[in-house]
Design a protein around this ligand. Structure first.
Ligand code: ME8
Length: 513
């Protein structure tokens, strides 16, 4: 049986249309999911929408519609994003689905039976934009002198009856979890933040609200709807069949790797494992919190009018170009800045010049000088063997990077080999060999074409479409495109006819804006 790999994105609020931040998190999951599939794993890749809560209820009202209709409409935009960006998610979950409501209510009952829930009164600050409670000392003040959440979101004073989860009792067990599993939260700076937050002591968590109705009713007390975060987090187990924990579905997939933005780490790394431990369910495999994107050096916000619309940047640069740029520009985990200049450089320098040109040069020479067929390898010299060994050795290096979500390093290593291939071809100058030593020319073209095959296999997770076009041009059969096919046994067959070469990464015209 193949190994299983379960990966999740946050489920996105439907109060907003998808933007580059959402696309980024899902893209990182897509790259991991594709990599693992190509590497022989059975993969479950989950994304979806978070549809309950006061924020969504309010957004629906502002849009002049009822929450259910509003959710249907905006949720669809996230599905469209997934199609437009070629995301390979296996499931798209919505928290308004029956299976999810059943799952959250079952989890609630379990926590209640375990004595982890009690009824009290919540009195304190609440930020609807963050759907989060804050203590007085966490708040700051905005320019107008109003109290705001650490995220800058406005807060309001809430006093209402509420069910509480005994989070305070979980401090030691959470700290022990972080200590026993140093890579449970990544990257390390984020882990340290969480350890110090939990180390500072935890308050019991209010997990129900009465001031509005757009939520999952609390079992046995329909005056309350559940706090949107207990509802939302549970999606990760709903998707694998919870509450049917003994099912093959659940036991074979859970636990998952959760990819999130740093803004929602506390919910995932503190509340979620506490809920799970309290319910006797295994905690997640890992929570990776990535950084925040700005645009041309500025915070992305609707009021600044600099929201980066996913479909617009794709139209401008090309889908795989954008996927590459986002994965290459920043060390995953750090903050990043999206700039037109940066994107142009990536497209024209890394893709058109380094990778695209390498493939074009070689494929064209094969078309012209080898009657459009894979040439025979002939007798390999040391430098030929070295180049191919570098290519074949890549996959192990990439596996190590992908295990720790180091996408940038993965691409850097691939580009190191692309650089080596360009130097090799310049040094061997097959165009000069045509008349003086045609056999050597064939060897050089064979080796570079074979290396391009390996590179195109390895760039599939980040650039699925362009890599597929390169593999088509090398006549690589569909069932020989997984990582097991990188080995020598599956190398290009001499004499195999190749289609007419065509450029895959066009140069984009420079523009200033
Ligand atoms: O928080 N840079 O949903 P949400 C990078 N429903 N990533 C960004 C970003 C930016 N500028 N802006 C948004 C929620 N993101 C909850 C999640 S999960 C059980 C419930 C990404 O629609 C990043 O992944 O506000 C962030 O964590 C997520 O969008 C927040 O999406």
């Amino acid at each position: 049986m193949r190994d299983k790999f379960y990966i999740t994105t946050p489920i996105y609020y439907v109060n907003d249309n998808p933007h580059i931040g959402h696309a980024y998190t899902t893209l990182s999951c897509d790259v991991m999911a594709r990599f693992k599939r190509l590497d022989g794993y059975d993969v479950l890749f989950l994304t979806g929408t978070d549809e309950h809560g006061q924020k969504v209820e309010r957004a629906a009202r502002e849009a002049g519609t009822d929450p259910a209709t509003f959710c249907d409409e905006v949720s669809e935009n996230f599905r469209i994003l997934a199609r437009e960006w070629n995301f390979s998610n296996d499931q798209f979950i919505r928290t308004t689905e029956q299976r999810h409501i059943r799952s959250v209510q079952a989890l609630w009952r379990r926590l209640e039976e375990a004595g982890e829930i009690y009824l009290g009164t919540y009195e304190g600050w609440y930020a609807i934009r963050d759907e989060a409670f804050y203590t007085e000392d966490e708040l700051g003040v905005d320019d107008a002198g109003r109290k705001v959440a650490p995220s800058g979101a406005p807060v309001e004073w809430v006093k209402e009856p509420s069910y509480f989860f005994r989070l305070s009792a979980w401090q030691d067990r959470l700290l022990k979890l972080y200590e026993d599993r140093p890579d449970f939260i990544m990257p390390e700076v984020r882990r340290n933040e969480v350890v110090s937050f939990v180390g500072g002591g935890l308050n019991d968590l209010s997990i129900s609200r009465t001031g509005f109705t757009w939520g999952i009713p609390v079992p046995g007390d329909s005056r309350h709807v559940m706090y949107v975060w207990i509802d939302a987090l549970t999606n990760y187990i709903t998707a694998v069949g919870y509450p049917d924990e003994s099912s093959e579905l659940f036991t074979s997939w859970w636990p998952a790797l959760h990819m999130v933005g740093k803004d929602i780490l506390r919910f995932h790394a503190v509340y979620w494992p506490a809920f799970l431990m309290a319910a006797g369910i295994e905690v997640p495999g890992r929570i990776f919190a990535h950084g925040w994107w700005t645009s041309e050096g500025k915070k992305i916000s609707k009021s600044l009018g600099n929201v980066i619309v996913p479909s617009e940047i794709v139209a401008r640069y090309g889908l795989d170009q954008v996927r590459y740029t986002l994965m290459r520009e920043v060390n995953f985990g750090n903050d990043g800045d999206f700039s037109h200049r940066g994107a142009m450089l990536r497209c024209n320098h890394d893709l058109a010049n380094d990778y695209g040109n390498l493939a074009q040069r070689v494929l064209k020479m094969i078309a012209r000088n080898c009657r459009g067929r894979v040439p025979p390898p002939g007798t390999l010299r040391d430098q030929d063997r070295e180049l191919l060994a570098q290519g074949r050795g890549l996959v192990d290096r990439l596996r190590r990077h992908i295990e720790i979500q180091a996408f940038q390093l993965m691409l850097r290593d691939i580009w190191e080999v692309i650089g080596a291939a360009n130097r090799y071809i310049d040094a061997e100058a097959p165009w000069k060999l045509r008349d003086v030593d045609p056999q050597r020319m064939e060897t050089v073209l064979y080796c570079t074409a074979e290396l391009i095959r390996i590179l195109a296999l390895l760039t599939q997770p980040v650039m699925p479409e362009s890599s597929a076009r390169l593999l088509d041009q090398l006549a690589v059969p569909d069932d020989r495109r997984d990582f097991a096919s990188i080995d020598e046994e599956h190398s290009l067959r001499p004499g195999c006819p190749l289609p007419e070469p065509e450029g895959v990464f066009p140069r984009l015209a420079e523009s200033t804006s």
